[in-house]
Design a protein around this ligand. Structure first.
Ligand SMILES: Cc1cc2nc3c(=O)[nH]c(=O)nc-3n(C[C@H](O)[C@H](O)[C@H](O)COP(=O)(O)OP(=O)(O)OC[C@H]3O[C@@H](n4cnc5c(N)ncnc54)[C@H](O)[C@@H]3O)c2cc1C
Length: 346
């Protein structure tokens, strides 16, 4: 049997990234390396040419805006694998290779009879990127189902296992967007699916489904179907209309700032948080500034959801960023709030 190092690294030069980003933006990677194991990542680190060069880690490309060709070595994470690691009285612990599709992972756990991820159905991208921004939807965040992950350092090649505390999860945030940004390749993620399963239904769209169907006790597969239907109705399919999901984070303001805004705009959609601060709906702020359905060049604001910027066909990353800046300026001008982009802008 040949040793792993005898298998050549899969490298492409001047590789088109158009099919590797959900916005469908044009850009070339000078060098793209596909890593399928921890050993592959170490071989990139030890490589005489690539080892010391800057690198960009790419999963499914559903949370990036490519504004130019990428000079850094693009490390495309394709580590495969999924398994039940252990089953205890209070949880199923499942492990996935970072290159597995997130939605595929959600669907597979449900097929196996291990519920808990259903509220996170249909989020595009890879399992490995899920901890990076602590993905969340419909009342559940990755951190609520997280056990641990393995990562390989891009400078030393050393492997580490991090638990939730070490990942420092926050709202669309983790250590992989802070101190470890771009420095560590996540290769495997382990999730904890608690037993007994408890449905998470305290979200307006799901409450509506309960009311519509008269089913007050849906099982996990039903919630999965509901989530898929809600998302298909609200969000553009990146296969048809290029986009990166929510383009801006929901801003968090002080209670005083919120009262001030309510004084001027009583309709503002806001959610008080346990620490006394208030989360505002970024989509509402953008809509209030009249952006829904508008375009700048070939980039536009989705007609059904002002938080989603779309590629209307042939847009460049620069057009998307120009549109995003114009939105930020008008929201700041009217509400005094700076919207922060959610995707990574390269
Ligand atoms: C239609 C649509 C709907 C969406 N809905 C949601 C939603 O409901 N909730 C939500 O949270 N997000 C949502 N997103 C955003 C996106 O799906 C998630 O952020 C997803 O986790 C990105 O996965 P990816 O593999 O495509 O990551 P990429 O876009 O490839 O990368 C994103 C970031 O993670 C880093 N990264 C990727 N893989 C790794 C790795 N293995 N190790 C270390 N760093 C890595 C990259 O360097 C980059 O900084 C949506 C996007 C779209 C297009």
């Amino acid at each position: 049997m040949s040793s792993p190092s005898a298998v050549p690294l899969q490298v492409e030069h001047r590789a088109s990234l158009r099919d590797h980003n959900s916005f469908g933006l044009p850009a070339l990677a000078q060098t793209l390396v596909r890593v399928k194991s921890d050993a592959d990542v170490r071989r990139v680190v030890d490589h005489p040419e690539y080892g010391r060069a800057p690198k960009f880690i790419l999963g499914g490309g559903s949370n990036v805006v490519l504004t130019r060709d990428v000079a850094a070595i693009v490390v495309k994470v394709e580590v495969a694998g999924r398994r039940l690691l252990r089953e205890t009285a209070d949880a199923w612990i499942v492990e996935f290779g970072a290159g597995e599709s997130w939605h595929g992972a959600v669907a597979w756990t449900l097929e196996q009879g291990w519920p808990g991820l259903e509220n996170l159905a249909l989020i595009p991208g890879s399992v490995g990127a899920a901890p990076v921004q602590n993905i969340g939807a419909y009342g559940v965040e990755l951190k609520d189902r997280f056990e641990s992950l393995d990562a390989v350092d891009l400078v030393t090649g050393r492997g580490v296992t991090l638990d939730a505390a070490a990942c420092r999860f926050g709202y669309r945030d983790s250590v992989f967007k802070q101190g470890l940004a771009g420095k560590s390749v996540i290769t495997r993620v382990r999730l904890r699916l608690p037993r007994p399963w408890q449905p998470v239904l305290g979200y307006l769209d799901l409450e509506r489904k309960v009311a519509e169907t008269g089913n007050a006790h849906p099982d996990a597969s039903t919630i999965f179907e509901w989530i898929c239907a809600i998302r298909r109705h609200k969000l553009p399919d990146p296969g048809l209309i290029g986009n990166a999901g929510s383009f801006f984070k929901n801003p968090v303001v002080s209670a005083e700032q919120c009262r001030d805004i309510i004084g001027r705009d009583p309709e503002i959609v806001h959610y008080p948080l346990p620490d006394g601060t208030v989360k505002l709906a970024a989509g509402w702020l953008i809509d209030a500034c009249g952006w829904k359905g508008k375009s700048v060049g070939r980039a536009g604001v989705y007609e059904k959801q002002a938080l989603v910027l779309v590629n209307r066909g042939g847009a460049s990353g620069a057009e998307v960023v120009t549109l995003a800046r114009a939105i930020q300026e008008s929201v700041y001008g009217r509400f005094g709030i700076r919207l922060e982009p959610e995707p990574v802008i390269l």
